[in-house]
Each structure stands twice: as C-alpha cells, then as structure tokens.
Design a protein around this ligand. Structure first.
Ligand code: NAD
Length: 477
C-alpha cells in the first residue's frame, strides 16, 4: 500500500482518546490525484453507532469529565501544546493532505502557519471571556451577563482546507470550554485522522475532541443529532443549506456556515496594472483555484482592458507549479465547465488537461462571457477565470453584486476615496484593496448572502461558540 511512507497514517476513528475501528463495515477509498494511484481503500466510515459513541463521549466530557473543571488557563495550555505538536509535525501532516487532495508542496508552511496561528490565537482567548454588569438603578434589578460554552459542537470540513478548518472551528470551541466532534471530508481524511495522537499528547482529557471520517451521510448524522448543540460547516452552498435544514428540524442547534463564492476582482483604469495582474492571477490560481475566496470574475475598465487582458493572459499561461485537482469527479466537473465555457466566451489561454496522468488542468482564462454564462455565474472551484469589461463605477458595482454569493471582493485603484466608496457598496463579507483578501486570525471571515452564515476567526469566531445568559437580581429584598 502507498501509505508506508506516511509516518502518521492512521485509518481509524478517534473517540474518547483512543483510535478505534468503526462499527460500520463501509470503507472509503482515497486516490492520489497526482498519479491516480490508490492510497488506501480502508478508510473507516462512521455510521450511526459510531456517531452516537462520539457524541456520547463528547457529551460526558462536557457535563462531567475533568474538562468541565479545567481552569481557562488549563484549557489554553492544551490548545497551545496542540499548536506546538502540529508545528513539529507540519510536514508529515501536510503530506497526508497532499497525497489525498493534491495541494502543491509550497503550500505546506502556509497551511501549518494558518492552522497553528489560529490555535494559539484562541488559546489566548480562553481566560479572556468577560461578561457585562448593569448596576441596580431606580429599583431595577442588578443584572449581569455571562457567555457560556454551548455543549457538544460538531464540525464538518471540506477537502480543500482540512487542517485550517479544524483549527478555525475547534480552536474557539475548545477555548470557550465546549467539546468537539469533527468530521473530515471523505476526499481528504488522512490529515485529520492523524491528529488524534497529537490531541492526546496535548493533554486533552478523553471525549473532549473526537475525529470521525465518512461521507455526507456521516455529516448528516451529526447535523440531525439531538445531543449536538452547535454545528459549524464549511463546504458547498447546496450542502450548507441541507445542514441548516437538518439543524432546524432536529433541535435547532446553532449553525455557522462557510460556503462558496464567485468573487469579483475590480480593476479601475487608475490601478497599478502590474500589481493588479499579479493579484488577479494568484488570487484565482492559489490552491489550483480550489479556494472559496478565489477571484474568479475579473472586471476591468474598458479603456485599459486590451493591455490588462494581454498581461493577465501572459501571467496565467506562465504560471507553473499548480497541483492537480482533488479527484476524478472534481477534474471532470472542471473540464465540463471548460467545454461549456468554450461555447460561452472566447478562450484566452489554457482550456485543456495537462499531461495524461493525474488531474492537472492548465490555468484557463475566458474573456467576455455573457451575464448568464455558466462559467461567469457558477463556482467552478478550479483554475478557470473570466474577464468582463465595464465603463463606469456604478456599472461595476452592480456587476460585482449581481451574484448569489458574497464571500470576497477585490478592488484595484490608486484612489483611496474610490476604494472606500466601492468597498462600502460591495455586498461581500471581505474586501481586499490592491491585494487579494487573505483570512487573518484576528479579523472575522465569512460571507454575505449564500456564501454563509456567521463568522469564523477573530472575536466573532469565538462568540459563535458561546451562549449568552442574562441574570437579574432583585436588590429590594
Ligand atoms: P461539499 O459540500 O461537497 O462537502 C463538504 C463536507 O460536507 C464534506 O465533509 C462532506 O462529506 C459533507 N457533506 C456532504 N453531504 C452532507 C450532508 N448531507 N450533510 C452533512 N454533511 C455533508 O463541499 P466540498 O466539495 O468538500 O468543498 C468545496 C466547497 O467548499 C466549495 O463550494 C468551497 O467554496 C467551499 N469552501 C468554503 C470555505 C469558506 O470558508 N467559505 C472554505 C473552503 C471551502
């Protein structure tokens, strides 16, 4: 089996601080997208009994285990230790990701940093969760407000960002004192399964963090579970809507959704063209276009369009080192968008598979798609971009907002007042000016409209794992 060179490989579920076999006989097969070879056909699928066992363990740990009596600084110490262990094992963990979903190796330090920074940031919050007080005046009761952990928090990861998704969800959940049941993506379950050992070594008591693998059916069991109090999901809009519906129909568990995007990059005629080209190319092609914030709709002002499109086409065609797409179905999906695109717009560069082994696709750029073109409207999640032109600021704001999504947007201009004016009008959770927006631990990240619900990162990301309690005390007795 191709797993012999993967030091941390573990095809098991992690429940109550032990690696266990799943009760369900179903298995997941994982193929290496770089060469289409089988990595493993033995990855466990957590079925109903396994999900129940994980949730029960997490519930016990929340209600009566030693975790419940940990001081905030003891919680912080476990989280800090986990960050250290992830850092120490960053390369090995990243190998487990790459072998399943093809992230290029230059992303390894970046992913380790994104994940460890988030763990450490939230460790810092564990003993800094204040409440509010209102003194008794005019006969009104003395009132105080506390922010308390919710209970068992479930997390569901997509395949493109397992390690960071885990940190962004479990970090604040644990800092706040919750317990966690986390499900990896069936396309990239290896990295998170390996985390079990590190969790134990970090000092978390049994049941505090459980790691499950399995397909959508496992995720659905979590979303419907009556003893899960909160679910945080990262993935596609279609699945996010199902998760929200299941959460509502079961116990109205709290929901955070981090979903897809079709993000605009707006290039005004006063922009630094070289800088705009650089970020319009890298802002789409990062992680081979498999990024939720990918700027997949470039909108350029008419008078600079010929020069800009020529430079962007060159940047796309000269980009090297892209990884493969995550798996065969993702590859077929992207190729089908490309074929449709050839009928909907003019192809500036790319448009084909690279080589005949592995799921590599050339950076592809389409110019002048119609407003209803599939390649212009739908999230492709691959290295396929579109460029349209515009004349006025009003027109481009309307074009940028004419989408069901609202995760990210970029504005290129040398006018600060124009940048602020346009940023203020964009229906988007994040905006980058003269740079691609990159999630950063201390600031909220998430989408407007169908790109999501709630926020991760920053203080908002912590609040998502706290319930509010308001207590009134009659001072007249
Ligand atoms: P996906 O929706 O297919 O799957 C995501 C996860 O949901 C997987 O773990 C899957 O097993 C699980 N799942 C599938 N069906 C389910 C169900 N019925 N109930 C519960 N869970 C279920 O998404 P994907 O293809 O893995 O990831 C790509 C998508 O994720 C893209 O749309 C991308 O934009 C989005 N994404 C968003 C962010 C963000 O922060 N906004 C980050 C990364 C990826």
């Amino acid at each position: 089996m191709a797993t012999s060179n993967l030091a941390l490989f573990k095809a098991k579920l992690f429940i109550n601080n032990e690696y266990v076999d799943a009760k369900s006989p179903e298995k997941i097969s994982v193929y290496n997208p770089a060469d289409e070879t089988l990595v493993t056909s033995e990855f466990p699928v957590a079925g109903p009994e396994d999900v129940d066992a994980a949730v029960d363990g997490a519930r016990k740990a929340f209600k009566s285990g030693p975790w419940k009596d940990f001081t905030p600084s003891q919680r912080a110490a476990c989280i800090m230790k986990l960050a250290d262990l992830i850092e120490e094992n960053g390369e090995e963990l990243f190998k487990l990701e790459t072998v399943a979903m093809g992230a290029p190796s230059y992303m390894a330090p970046f992913i380790t940093k994104m994940s460890t920074e988030a763990w450490r940031y939230y460790a810092g919050w564990a003993d800094k969760i204040p409440g509010q007080t209102f003194r008794s005046e005019g006969g009104k009761p003395f009132t105080f407000v506390t922010y308390e952990p919710i209970g068992v928090c479930a997390g569901i990861a997509p395949w493109n960002a397992s390690l960071t998704t885990f940190a962004w969800k479990a970090g604040p959940a644990l800092a706040a004192g919750n317990t966690v049941v986390f499900k990896s993506s069936e396309k990239a379950p290896l990295g998170l399964a390996a985390m079990g050992d590190l969790i134990k070594r970090a000092g978390f008591p049994p049941g505090v963090v459980q790691i499950l693998s399995g397909p959508g059916s496992t995720g659905a069991l979590l979303a419907q579970h009556m003893n899960v109090s909160k679910i945080s999901f990262t993935g596609s809009v279609a699945t996010g809507k199902k998760v929200q519906e299941m959460a509502l129909k079961s116990n109205m568990k709290r929901v955070t959704l981090e979903l897809g995007g079709k993000s605009p990059a707006i290039v005004f005629n006063d922009a630094d063209i070289e800088n705009a080209v650089k970020y319009c190319a890298s802002g789409l092609l990062v992680n081979t276009g498999q990024a939720c914030i990918a700027s997949s709709r470039t909108l350029v002002q008419k008078d600079i369009a010929p020069k800009f499109i020529e430079a962007l086409t060159t940047a796309f065609s000269q980009t090297q080192g892209l990884g493969p797409l995550a798996d065969r179905s993702q590859f077929e999906r992207v190729m089908s968008f490309i074929e449709t695109g050839k009928k909907e717009a003019s192809l500036a560069t790319g448009g084909a598979r690279v080589g005949d082994k592995g799921y590599y696709v050339a950076p592809t750029l389409f110019v002048d798609p119609g407003l209803d073109a599939k390649i212009y409207k739908e999230e492709i999640f691959g290295p396929v971009g579109t460029v349209r032109t515009f004349s006025t600021e009003e027109e481009v704001v309307e074009l940028a907002n004419d989408t069901l999504y609202g995760l990210s947007a970029t504005v290129f201009t040398s006018s600060i007042s124009r940048a602020l004016r346009v940023a203020g009008k964009l229906e988007s959770g994040t905006v980058g000016v003269n740079t691609s927006f990159m999630p950063s631990i201390e600031v909220p990240f998430g989408g407007w409209k169908e790109s999501g619900l709630g926020r991760e990162l920053g203080r908002d990301g912590l609040s998502a794992y706290l319930e509010t309690k308001t207590v009134q005390i009659n001072m007249q007795v």
